[in-house]
Design a protein around this ligand. Structure first.
Ligand code: PGA
Length: 243
């Protein structure tokens, strides 16, 4: 199983020129490395998929669950496939928090994406309040069971089509990354509910000075990187640390 290192650029950068520069530097730096690298830029930069062939795959940060029709502002799985997109992030905590994305919507998106042959990066994670109230396990279990409800593994072409990203919400963009011990505990807990051969990534303030620990000590099969993935040299160091 290859490690999966995913860049989530969120709503950055502001220009196509900047996006291309970051993209090209990452692609050149990732050449010859063993991990699978995926860049998830904003929708408008997904055109870059044609430049990454063989080294870097493209992923979207979201997708709509309906196939087509009157859904102003939305993007379908078929549109992503047509652009050469391979992966899609589903259920990121920012989508849950700011855009009201429920477990039910996440489940529909996962089913639609797998049906279309997209590989998914399904995000789960507890908030600080939930963690402090001792509800972490309950929240993670609910997100996994509801998000993957009715998703036969058979629906995915292979287990590699379903990847889970454990991202404690309190660790995202805060610099307060989750400790290796706590991450290991959470990943072990999550593994009880999924096929043991599925990849689980860690995300939340990953940097090159903590990235290797998640892979080598906490047992993650990859990383979901936000802020640090926009700094190409830093992101390349992160990819190399997972080798
Ligand atoms: P961060 O974001 O690396 O900036 O904490 C991770 C994410 O939200 O996927």
């Amino acid at each position: 199983m290859k490690n999966l290192i995913v860049a989530n650029w969120k709503m950055n950068p502001s220009t196509q020129a900047e996006a291309k520069e970051i993209f090209d530097t990452i692609r050149d730096g990732a050449k010859g490395l063993k991990s699978e690298v995926v860049i998830c830029p904003p929708y408008v930069c997904l055109y870059a998929s044609s430049f990454g062939k063989g080294v870097v795959s493209m992923g979207a940060q979201n997708v709509h669950f309906e196939e087509k029709g009157a859904f102003t502002g939305e993007i379908s799985t078929a549109m992503l496939k047509d652009l050469g997109v391979e992966y899609v992030i589903i259920g990121h905590s920012e989508r849950r928090k700011y855009f009201g994305e429920t477990n039910e919507a996440v489940n529909k998106k996962i089913k639609a994406s797998l049906k279309a042959g997209l590989k998914i990066i399904f995000c789960i994670g507890e908030t600080e309040e939930e963690r402090n109230a001792g509800k972490k396990s309950e929240v993670l279990e609910g997100q996994i069971k509801n998000g993957l409800a009715g998703v036969g593994i058979a629906q995915a072409k292979s287990l590699e089509n379903i990847n889970i990203a454990y991202e404690p919400v309190w660790a995202i963009g805060t610099g307060n990354n989750c400790s290796v011990e706590e991450t290991k505990e959470s990943l072990d807990f999550i593994r009880k509910f999924i096929n043991p051969d599925m990849r689980i990534l860690y995300g939340g303030s990953v940097k090159s000075d903590n990235s290797a620990d998640y892979i080598k000590q906490a047992g993650a099969n990859g990383l979901l990187v936000g802020g640090a993935s926009l700094k190409p040299e830093e992101f390349i160091k992160i990819i190399k640390s997972a080798e």
